[in-house]
Design a binder for this molecule. Sequence first.
Ligand code: ADP
Length: 931
Amino acid sequence: MSWDPATLDRVMCDQSSEMLLVVDPKSLQIIAANRQAEVTLGYEATPLVGRAITEVESSLADIFYWEDVRVGGGSDIDNAESMYICGDGVALPVIKSIRRLRGDVEDVLVLRVRDGASLKRGEAQLAALSGQLQATLESIWEGVLVLDSAGHIVNMNRRFSAMWEIPEAVLLQDSEAIIAFLMEQLSTPWQLQDDFTAFSQQVGLDSQAGCEITKLKNGRLFERRVRPQMDRGEVIGLVYSFHDISDFVHARQEAEEASRSKSRFLANMSHEIRTPMNAILGLLKLLQRTELSTRQRDYASKTEGAARSLLGLLNDILDFSKVEAGKLTLDPQPHALTQIFRDLSVILAANVGAKPVDLLFDLDPQLPPLLHVDGLRLLQVLINLAGNALKFTSSGEVVVGVQLMQRLEDAVRLEFTVTDTGIGIAPEHHAKIFSGFSQAEASTTRKFGGTGLGLAISLRLLELMGGQITLESALGQGSRFSFQLDLPVVQGEADGAQAPAPASQGLVLLIDDNARARELLSRMLMAEGWQVVATASVAEAQAWMAAAPDGLALNLVLADAQLQGEDVWACLAQLRARPGWAELPLVMSGTPLQLEALTPAEQALLKAFLVKPLMAVALREALCPATAPPSDGQHDGEGATANAGAAPLAGIRLLVVEDNLNNQQVARELLEDAGASVRLASNGQEAVDIMRADAGAVDLLLMDVQMPVMDGYTATRILREELGLRLPIVAMTANAMASDREECLAAGMDEHVGKPFDLDRLVRLIQKLGRPTGRSSDGSIESATEGVAETAKFAFPTLLVPGPLLEQALADGIEIQLAMDRFMGKLPRYQKSVASFSRSAAELPAQIEAALQARDWPAAQLQVHASKGMAAILGAERLAQMLAEGEARLEQGEAPDTTWLAALPAQLQGTVAALTALADALKAVASGGEK
Ligand code: ADP
């Protein structure tokens, strides 16, 4: 069928969703109606066309309207509500519009009618949708603000108005008033216009401005985010969301502050506890040098042991908190594993006591001589693991081993193991014991002591080194802790003691009742070039001897000192009676206690007594003393002993940078006595000048921090950054807080020692840093741990202060023995220092007062600081403490409180008088002793 225009018009009319009616204005008859009208109004059977419109529109208003039309009036109508009578007589609400169309001859009226009910439904839906949207907006946890493109507020949720605390009265006002209110609340600026500009410039990108912080005057903090509302590429509005982070920020600040004060507290406490601990240890040492009954000696030595373990505990807690805070870093240096194991053996040997526990090392003979590792920390881990093993094992053996697992490029993978035959650990406790402050069982604490920190520290130290601890253990089955480390191999000379083993050493007869010990010792001896006959008892050894052919060469007997009740000596006599074996050497190995139990006659029969755990290198040295290093305490049962050396700092050139003349003098004389050559500088600037002129003239700098003209931090930065100098710089300050130390390290210094310094530790530190390869003068690699340092002290001279004087000094707050140690017993020097301190102390109150009147806090602080340092050096702890309190106030920019100022002169006078009297009394004692 072809579509003629008239048909098409008709189709269009019929397809319309609106009802269309055409009315003749004269007759008021409906002259046309579309299909929608017929269907909706129900006039399909009886057509609409031909009816009077007033039949359909029959309200009074309609009838008046149509009357108007009929007489030539009736204006157009837009969207008026009306009621239509349908074919079935039912009334239908509608919305109608009426237009008069003017014709050439006659006009017509066109009615466009919509079903009012469905329209109402649509409106209701719209209202529901918008309500839903608003409810969604209200349920968002964040405050939301919507602006249109002109910057007017289009919407906001209640959370927003609550966050900004917008009063009701303002909310009722217009957008401008509300925005003005918002801007009024800000304490940091927020330019709304910038957001519009930013977005209109990056239209098309799915842009989102970053997160900004909005700060209000009332202290609240909001995270502000904004996104544009886009329509066809245009920004038509901005949607802001505000998230209140005040509580979070506040909580974080509180947590940070808490953590800072925890560290401060820990550092302070450790300092506070260490000071009296050192005094206790010192006094105990002195006590042990006096005449004591056996029981008193026992008490004193036990007290010392307890004090040492307390100090160890203190160090553990510090270590743990340092590791927790991520403050602990490794210091890898070239180290000989044999040296680390020697240190380990010395420390562990002291722990075995009288228990029937064999302490054994199982060292792979293939180990490279020198490795790059933080020896101190590795030693700490091994001490921890092996110490635990000894603690939890009452009989059997503890084996510490290292095996070469793999050779890597320039490195080796080593497996360290610590195995014991002790109480074991139930599998359910395996994870727990590594977590810090926890032990396998509550009862462990009481029975064995300990803090539960050792493993947690070890685990974290190993993590830093790139290793992981593995534990295999079950209750009653013993334990095996192991970890693997990849360690770079250092090319170069081996440990001096490690001469290559001769190809063949001869035949050794080993007598040891412990099967594991026999196995490990045999393996070690064979690696050393020995042929081994291993026997489990003296009887077995004798049986072997009886069967041995005549003329057989036997070169050594190695017997365990633990062969209880068996007559090793008779066996030795029998052996030596055989032809050719008269000179047969006997080497015995055991604990220090076992060595002490030998009679002098028995000792005379020995070639050597080696303290367990036995190391190949120690055996070699015992058999061929020429290979031994000059001084080695392996064999004397006392651990690594003093290497006093009259001048441990011989050949080291120091520059001491210190402003206080008294301190200069003390440092110079003490360090010169230790063999160093000492130059002085009075402040940072002088030090920089000296170094600039001739950097090669100094091996190490000792740098005070607080000094006039130029402080130690600045001087260090100049030396490091401007002059590019790498020589070691050690800070010497009276401030022993961890944060002070960190500040020193951050400035580029290598170490930090507290004042008054402990001469012995300072000397060790200078030795460690001041010699190019970290070798100490005896050629061994220095591992300056506190623990090792304790066992290997330099024997500096001192003056023993008699008990009554000590007590009297303590009552005056003076640590006279520590001071005497520090002055190496040189009384005239001490007296000289006391005299010069007494002069400066007399002037101090007036100096402070003058500085305070001039409100010059730094000047006052400097005065107090200098006196504090000197008082501490002289042992006047109580005065030093008081001065430290005043200094702390001045440092904060506050004047010391009036009671402090009032008490100071008397405290100064009293202390000076006490120091002078002490020095005099000591002089009398010393000259009495000389007579
Ligand atoms: P401490 O020994 O000071 O308590 P550690 O962290 O070193 O702390 O050890 C935690 C716990 O792990 C110990 O208390 C003990 O219960 C258990 N443990 C560690 N090593 C062993 C071991 N070799 N044998 C048995 N138990 C062990």
